[in-house]
Design a protein around this ligand. Structure first.
Ligand code: LLP
Length: 430
């Protein structure tokens, strides 16, 4: 008699990641082939999943004037960026480093917006030299610096103010950004005054209004609370002769990690344009800065079980990936699904999946029922966004390799770091 295999679950990255004959595949590549050939921890992305996510935006936009600037902080691997550049995306950058990456893949500067609360003068210079579309400015002090830098270069900087509309995005406090107590943006009450300052400065051209209220939004209504306030502001600016060409609503659309049903780009855009038209502001161009919803479910993290440890209170599966590879559980208590690459028949046991780092916060998943043995490889789901991008070298652990699957082929798009890489640049005292 053979024991029945459990019915394979549907992964959050379905249909790009799915079981065939009890083996987990990324597109047409069996993942255990990659794990054995390239080692673990290993990030695996699906090119078709990136294209699929992009298509949800493209088809929702239709002929409407919307520029999608990929929030590249979510995953800035050059292969991912190049794919989006090919598809016609712009980029939302937050540092001179991200600008360098965007330019390295041939991004069109006229589709780059520069966000972030702490832009330094060298970063402004580089972005002005590249002729980016817009600086999303977050404080009055930043306006003055930007105007000075632009004047030095003999140009004018295109600016939006990032307005903080004081709405509750109803998401994790660490990824909520549109409340008064957050460090981001300019309070909606002061926005008009700060726009007047911007207008008076010689190095600036006002082009837009910007906001970003938070991330992993699973309810659409906070966008519309923000939108009405922004449209009121745009009306008020208009009355003072300050004409706004584009409205940037930031990123934030959530993804399914477990059982969420996040709103679609279509639902968001239909209602935004309905409001713009109803308020006679149909001439506005729209900018969106999605990160997670373009890449989050386009990746998994593969990790090998090193030991099973049956302690008194808990069972632990100690794996070779850790909080330095995937910080989200430690930092936000985030949920990521975990599935074996080759499900086994037999009894499931409840495990905490933990890494080797010397911190109690070093866990990837808790209380998951799994039938696993030492040496099995697991896939951590929804690891395309804010995963490798937030990896560190804590405990002198080399960062994982990254591979992009494309149909039945795959390409290593980032080599695994070596221990020599980690020591490079350091020295002892003479
Ligand atoms: N625009 C701005 C100005 C942002 O600050 C962000 C994200 C985005 C766009 C993209 O947002 P998305 O579409 O990805 O929600 N590390 C956290 C998420 C931090 C988000 C930071 N800002 C996490 O792992 O959940």
């Amino acid at each position: 008699m053979t024991a029945a295999f459990p019915t394979p679950p549907e992964l959050a990255g379905h249909p790009y990641f799915q079981y065939r004959n009890n083996v987990l595949y990324a597109e047409d590549v069996p993942l255990d082939h990659l794990a054995h050939g390239l080692g673990t921890p290993l990030y695996v992305y699906s090119r078709a999943a990136l294209k699929g996510a992009w298509e949800t935006y493209r088809s929702a936009i239709g002929q409407r004037p919307v520029l999608v600037c990929y929030g590249m902080k979510a995953n800035s691997n050059l292969a991912v960026l190049k794919e989006f550049a090919r598809l016609g995306a712009g980029f939302d950058i937050v540092s001179g480093g991200e600008l360098k990456r965007a330019l390295a893949v041939g991004a069109e500067p006229s589709k780059i917006v520069f966000s972030g609360v702490g832009k330094q003068a060298w970063e402004m210079r580089a972005a002005l030299a590249a002729q980016v579309k817009c600086f999303n400015v977050e404080s009055e002090a930043e306006l003055h610096r930007l105007s000075d830098v632009a004047e030095e270069l003999g140009v004018r900087a295109p600016v939006s103010l990032r307005v903080n509309p004081d709405v509750d995005a109803q998401t994790h406090p660490y990824i909520s950004t549109g409340l008064k107590e957050n460090k981001f943006g300019i309070a909606i009450e002061s926005a008009l005054d700060v726009y007047r300052v911007a207008q008076s400065l010689p190095g600036l051209d006002i082009v837009g209004v910007d906001c970003h209220i938070g991330s992993q939004l699973t309810d659409i209504s906070p966008y519309f609370d923000a939108l009405e306030k922004l449209l009121d502001l745009i009306d008020a600016l208009d009355q003072e002769g300050i004409r706004i060409a584009h409205l940037d609503l930031g990123g934030g659309l959530g993804i399914r990690y477990t059982d969420e049903t996040p709103p679609s780009p279509q639902a968001l855009l239909d209602r935004v344009f309905e409001r713009l038209n109803a308020r006679g502001q149909g001439h506005l161009h729209l900018v969106l800065e999605p990160g997670r919803s373009l890449v989050g479910n386009a990746g998994v993290l593969l990790t090998t079980v090193q030991y099973l440890k049956h302690a008194e209170a808990r069972n632990f599966a100690i794996v070779d990936a850790a909080m330095n590879d995937l910080l989200r559980p430690a930092l936000y208590e985030a949920f990521h699904g975990v599935q074996p690459l080759r499900p086994r028949a037999g009894d499931q046991v409840e495990y905490d999946i933990v890494g080797p780092v010397c911190e109690s916060a070093d866990w990837l998943a808790r209380q998951r029922k799994l039938a696993i043995q030492q040496g099995d490889v697991l896939a951590v789901e929804s690891a395309g966004a804010y995963s490798m991008a937030m990896a560190s070298n804590y405990n002198t652990r080399a960062r994982a390799a990254e591979v992009m699957v494309d149909g039945a082929n795959y390409h290593v798009v980032r080599q695994r770091e070596t221990l020599d890489d980690l020591l490079r640049g350091e020295s002892t005292l003479p």
